[in-house]
Structures are given as structure tokens and as C-alpha cells.
Ligand binder design. Structure first.
Ligand SMILES: [Fe+2]
Ligand SMILES: [Fe+2]
Length: 472
């Protein structure tokens, strides 16, 4: 089991003290990170004490330590999952050969770009969410938001460690640039489009943590199979933190669904909006939006880049060991491809379909939560089911880009789209209504905003009424 140095400036389990040059470089980066955090992290709460979970050890039971801390004092550090003795490459052309402890020269640029792109999403999401604290529905939710934020900050550390350790001078420059780009900035935006729009209402926050963080989970699962062992160990540890982010999203949506259903039962036949809750058709439109833009993050359905990543061992499939053939040279995947105004089924060599393989697993995983929401609706006697739209709906990347599909996946005309868009995607009145529900923060322990139900359980055995945030 790896030991962890928590008394150092940078908590770590990578024996940072044994590499003075690297330690000095990261200790130089650290104050810039803190400046970034204070400028771009949650606005208005830096002096308050938050009941946070901090990693104090990288093994399963040791790392979840809970305490009230001020966010700038959070112990951001570098934690890798333990090395797997004798680990070999799990897929691609070099299947079965030993994994890499250093970056092979020919893959240096590709790996660096992957790490930078992943790393860039971490601070981006903190920036997107920086104003949310000002309209929190409860102290419990406020605490969860900050937990997600500090962990995204730690994920940035995870990627910066790899850049500093394995990519020399250009790695250090990339690490600096990660603190310079800003979500939504016209001159120097974050790399991926989806990370440049502010997330300034809690409905969007729960949708983001449900759908977009789940993309993160699948990217991390694919990278944790990487032949580049330090990347594999880093992402394996990140996955343990990511699980909590999706818990926040799933239970957040579930609690909004519950609240809508309660009001529908109390006031049958009336518009739930009259009673200050988010009606189910609005929730459906937000699902349509967040699901579709998160699908884009997986990249094109047919991708030669994805084939190269797989062939070279850089990026595998989620849980590669579940698959039988790890070379994937002989297999094909069937895909629905638009051709001359119709959708036809085509065969694609499996390696070129790796983005779609990962996306399909994501879709299945996304459906699981929806089944839970729908079970609750059935239990509460409500005749409504939330659905994932077709993966063709509202896509800006890949095969379906530039075409119009309804949520069932049928091709529609531009006119049809224009007529129905307001029923399929969040419209101005939805956004205005959601905003109107979230104009102030609920800061009293045990109190909660009207539009969401309280959670079933508190955190770490504490009740919902616990003072999860202590104000300065
Ligand atoms: Fe993350
Ligand atoms: Fe996350």
C-alpha cells in the first residue's frame, strides 16, 4: 500500500520529496493555482467553513476524511491508485506487452493533447459554477456543490502532475496555460465548447453533474485502461471522486422529480408551476438538452483518431477486460448513417467506432438513473415517464451534425424543427421560470427551497439538519 505524505506542502503519494526538481516546479505552480481558485472558484464563500471530504490516503477506506475546512485550505494533492504488479497492455496492437512507465516519443504529442484536454475541463467546470452558491436550495446542497468544485480542482492537480512529471518544458507551459484559459472568455476560452457556457441555475447544475460528469466518468474509464501506466493510475483514483459527482446529479434530479410529483398529487389537474416547482415537461426538455450536448463530448461516431488511440494503446474501452477480443481488428459495428435524406445501416470497422462504443455504454448508464426517476413516478401514481432522446437529436458533432431530428430520432425538416424546438429543448420561458425560483440562497440548517425535496440521508451519517456550512 502506498504511503501518503500529508504534512508536505503538496500532499502526495508519489514520493514527491524524492524528486526535488519536480517538487520545486510544482511548489511554484501551487500559488498560481490558489490565485486562480480565489479569483475563479466559488464566489463569496472562501472564508466559510465547509464540511468537506479530503483525500488523506489513496486506498479504498483511508481517503475519505471529513472535516469543516475553508476551501482555500483544502488539501489539494497528487494521488495515484496503487500500481498493479506486472501490468500489461490490455488492448490494441501491443496487447500483452508491458505497460509504459515513460511516454514513448511517437505518442508524446497525442498523449499530451489528451491530458491537456481532460485537464482543461476540470477548472472549466469550477468557473462555470462559481455563482451557484448564491442561490443554493439548502446547506446540504451548498456543501455538495463545493465538494464537487474542490475535487474538480484536485483533478486539475492530477493532470498537472502528469504534465510536469512526464512532458518536460512543454508540459510545464501547458500546466500554466490551464490556469490562464477562462470559461466563456472570448480571447482565451476553455478548449471544449460545452465548458464555456455558465451553469447558473441549480437545475442545470444537477443535469450537468448527471450527464456531463458522466461523460467524464467514461473518458476516465477509457483512459484508466491506457498503456501509459501513470495516466491509468491517476485516472483510476479520479474515478473514486467522480462517483460522488454523479450521485449529486442523480439525487438532485430525483428530488426535483419527487417535488413535482408531490405537488401534482396535492393539486391534480393544475399547473405545477403555480406552486413553485419544476414541472415534468420542463425537466424533460432539460434532459434532452444536457444529454445531447454531453453525447457530443465523445467525438465523432466514425473516427480515425479513436482507431489510432486504440491501436497504439493510448485509450481503450471502458472496462476493457469485459470484452473478449482485445485487438478488435476483425470486428465491425453497425451504425445508423444518414444518406440522401434517409437513415441507412452501415458496417464500420470496430476500431473506427470506438467513440461510439464508449458512447453506447454511456447511454446505457444514463438510462439507469432515468429508470429510477420513473419508478418513483410510478410509486407516486404519476402518469409520466422521463425519456432519453435519440442519440441523433440535437447533435453538433459527428454523423448527425447539421441535420434535424426529433427526440425519437426521425429526420425532420427545418420548418418542423423551428415549430417544435420550444417543446423539445429548454425555451426562454423555461429558463426565465427556473431563474425565478432560484433568486436567493437558503442558509438556515434544516431548511430547503420549495422546488426540491430534501435528501433521504445527510452526509457521513449526519442528518439533513446538520450545519454543513458554517458562515464566517
Ligand atoms: Fe473531474
Ligand atoms: Fe466531476
Amino acid at each position: 500500500m502506498s504511503t501518503i505524505a500529508t504534512n508536505e506542502k503538496i500532499p502526495n503519494n508519489v514520493n514527491l520529496a524524492g524528486d526535488r526538481k519536480l517538487q520545486r516546479a510544482l511548489e511554484k505552480w501551487q500559488p498560481h493555482f490558489l490565485e486562480w481558485w480565489k479569483e475563479m472558484g466559488p464566489e463569496g464563500f472562501q472564508a466559510d467553513n465547509i464540511f468537506l471530504r479530503t483525500a488523506i490516503s489513496a486506498d479504498a477506506k483511508g481517503w475519505a476524511h471529513f472535516d469543516h475546512v475553508k476551501m482555500p485550505d483544502y488539501r489539494w494533492g497528487i494521488f495515484l491508485a496503487d500500481a498493479v504488479e506486472g501490468r500489461t497492455i490490455g488492448f490494441g496492437d501491443d496487447y500483452g506487452k508491458p505497460v509504459w512507465q515513460e511516454v514513448p516519443g511517437e505518442y508524446r504529442n497525442t498523449l499530451r493533447r489528451l491530458i491537456v484536454t481532460q485537464g482543461d475541463t476540470e477548472p472549466a467546470s469550477v468557473e462555470q459554477q462559481r455563482l451557484l452558491g448564491q442561490t443554493c436550495p439548502s446547506l446540504y446542497d451548498l456543501r455538495n456543490l463545493f465538494q464537487v468544485n474542490v475535487e474538480e480542482g484536485r483533478h486539475l492537480w492530477a493532470m498537472v502532475y502528469l504534465l510536469h512529471m512526464y512532458f518536460g518544458r512543454d508540459g510545464r507551459e501547458e500546466a500554466d496555460a490551464l490556469l490562464e484559459r477562462r470559461s466563456g472568455n472570448a480571447d482565451n476560452p476553455r478548449i471544449l465548447g460545452a465548458f464555456n457556457a455558465p451553469i447558473d441555475d441549480w437545475l442545470s447544475f444537477f443535469m450537468f453533474t448527471y450527464f456531463t460528469d458522466r461523460d467524464g466518468k467514461y473518458q476516465l474509464l477509457a483512459l484508466s485502461e491506457s498503456a501509459f501506466d501513470p495516466l491509468s493510475r491517476t485516472t483510476r483514483f479520479m474515478l473514486t471522486e467522480e462517483a460522488h459527482h454523479m450521485f449529486v446529479g442523480e439525487t438532485g434530479i430525483l428530488r426535483m422529480v419527487q417535488r413535482a410529483a408531490e405537488i401534482m398529487n396535492e393539486h391534480p389537474g393544475e399547473d405545477p408551476r403555480k406552486y413553485g416547482v419544476i414541472d415534468l415537461p420542463t425537466l424533460q426538455r432539460y434532459v434532452n438538452f444536457w444529454f445531447s450536448i454531453s453525447l457530443d463530448l465523445f467525438g465523432g461516431e466514425i473516427s480515425s483518431n479513436a482507431a489510432t488511440y486504440f491501436a497504439s494503446g493510448i485509450k481503450g474501452r471502458a472496462k476493457e477486460s469485459k470484452h473478449e477480443d482485445h485487438v478488435a481488428l476483425e470486428q465491425i459495428m453497425r451504425m445508423d448513417v444518414p444518406k440522401d435524406g434517409k437513415i441507412v445501416s452501415e458496417e464500420v470497422p470496430l476500431r473506427n467506432a470506438m467513440n461510439e462504443v464508449l458512447r453506447s455504454e454511456y447511454v446505457e448508464d444514463s438510462q439507469r438513473g432515468l429508470n429510477k426517476f420513473n419508478r418513483l413516478l410510478v410509486e407516486m401514481g404519476i402518469d409520466f415517464a422521463l425519456e432519453l432522446p435519440s442519440t441523433r437529436f440535437n447533435r453538433q458533432v459527428g454523423l448527425y451534425e447539421g441535420l434535424r431530428f426529433d427526440p425519437q430520432g426521425n429526420l425532420v425538416s427545418e420548418d418542423d424543427w423551428k415549430t417544435n424546438e420550444k417543446n423539445w429543448l429548454p425555451n426562454d420561458s423555461d429558463r426565465e421560470y427556473v431563474k425565478s425560483l432560484m433568486t436567493e440562497a437558503v442558509h438556515e440548517p434544516g431548511k430547503i427551497a420549495n422546488w426540491i425535496a430534501p435528501p433521504k440521508h445527510g452526509i457521513k451519517g449526519k442528518p439533513f439538519e446538520y450545519e454543513y456550512v458554517r458562515f464566517d
